[in-house]
Design a protein around this ligand. Structure first.
Ligand SMILES: Cc1ncc(COP(=O)(O)O)c(C=O)c1O
Length: 381
């Protein structure tokens, strides 16, 4: 039997090569052309008003903090409330701008708990960074209300949320000041590496574009399209970064986007098969999805005792799950936040992300579920 991996990206190879061929034939692989087409397609798909294509979600998270810091005149050392259960990009972004990440605890969805956020608010709190873990909205609606009440900005790390919709059909993203999506290879909308920053107003979107292109006020593609002489003329307004996306990645993204809803439907089917296979097993706790949303199902997470032994035993059964994520306060650089988020800490010792990708079959999911049940029961005795 082939190993059953956590993630295996699936690309529609011929269609993707056709899109890439267009870039090569035109002689345009950088910023512009397909990146513009992809931004338009993403806005159309999500209903979000603005979208700027970047080389990663990490870049987008940094830009989001940068843009809000500038717009609202935040000072160094001001605080952003964030989660310890995330990929470190989320929290590094806060540090890049010399702000302070303040860790709040999670609830059973493994997303930020509004009550814990409330307890962390101080006069220096400026924003909340909410991560939709695994594509889940958790209690995001309550966090939105809380941000309004306390006049805090909301950044949505929607890296796992491509295709997550509210129960009424709206795509997530509009409820945050800025939302950021990841199109890295193992995400629901795979490219090789790229992401999207979605702002709520034209000015911020324009600033995001300048910050992502070294502070230059006119990108090369717009200059190529513009008329007359002085096409080469631009100004540099500040020391921006080189964070923009390119046309080859956008070409991949355009094809993946076409299949996103179909793929997410299959992910939810896989989740149902797991639910069936793991039902009535009290030793395996399934991380609940919020009833508020139709999730992208980037992850299928369970909690078990003796997690590390369970992982080893699964590997022996040719199953290679993952873990999202280790409590960030266990890392040396975030240790100042240690011991204040007991639920996140406990979860970090128990969570397993079961295999979740397009090539999995019902038979494989049932095999994983059966093996997991057997292992957990043996270890639990
Ligand atoms: C929650 C979360 N935030 C941010 C990122 C960073 O995304 P990227 O790899 O596109 O920079 C990831 C990627 O794994 C993630 O899972």
């Amino acid at each position: 039997m082939d190993p059953i991996q956590l993630f295996v990206p699936t690309f529609r190879i011929e269609e993707t090569l056709e899109q890439i061929r267009e870039c090569l034939e035109k002689g345009w692989t950088g910023l512009g052309f397909k990146t513009v087409e992809f931004e338009e397609a993403w806005k159309q798909y999500t209903g979000l008003p603005y979208a700027h294509y970047l080389n990663s979600a990490t870049a987008g998270l940094h830009l989001a903090v940068r843009l809000l810091k500038e717009k609202f005149a935040w000072q160094d050392g001001d605080e952003i409330i964030t989660t310890p259960l995330t990929f470190v990009s989320t929290n590094h972004a806060i540090l890049y701008e010399r702000l302070t990440p303040i860790f709040a605890d999670v609830d059973e969805s493994l997303c930020l708990d509004p009550a814990s956020i409330c307890q962390r608010i101080t006069p220096r709190t400026r924003a909340v960074m909410f991560v939709g873990l695994g594509g889940n909205t958790g209690r995001l609606s309550e966090v939105v209300d809380l941000c309004h009440e306390y006049n805090l900005r909301l950044i949505l790390d929607a890296s796992h949320m491509s295709g997550t919709r509210w129960a009424d059909g709206r795509h997530v993203g509009n409820e945050a000041d800025i939302s950021i999506f990841s199109f890295q290879a193992v995400k629901n909308l795979p490219t090789a590496d790229s992401g999207m920053i979605c702002c709520q107003d034209a000015e911020m979107d324009a600033d995001a574009r300048k910050w992502a292109w070294l502070g230059i006020n006119k990108d090369t593609y717009s200059r190529t399209l513009s008329q007359g002489t002085y096409k080469w003329m631009y100004d540099v307004e500040f020391e921006g970064f080189k964070y923009h996306g390119n046309s080859i990645m956008a070409a991949m993204g355009l094809v993946s986007l076409k299949y996103l809803d179909q793929d997410n439907t299959y992910r939810r089917q896989l989740a149902e098969w797991y639910d069936e296979g793991l039902a009535e097993e009290p030793r395996i706790l399934r991380v609940p999805m919020s009833p508020d949303c139709v999730p992208s199902r980037h992850l299928y997470q369970v909690r078990v005792a003796h997690r590390d032994e369970v992982m080893v035993a699964l590997n022996q059964a040719n199953i290679f799950p993952g873990m999202h994520y280790r409590d960030n306060t266990l890392y040396r650089m975030y240790e100042s936040g240690r011991d204040i988020c007991p639920r996140a800490h406990a979860a970090s010792d128990q969570i397993i992300s079961l295999p979740m990708h397009m090539r999995l079959t019902a038979e494989q999911v049932h095999y994983v579920a059966a093996q997991l049940k057997q292992i957990v029961n043996q270890l639990g005795k």
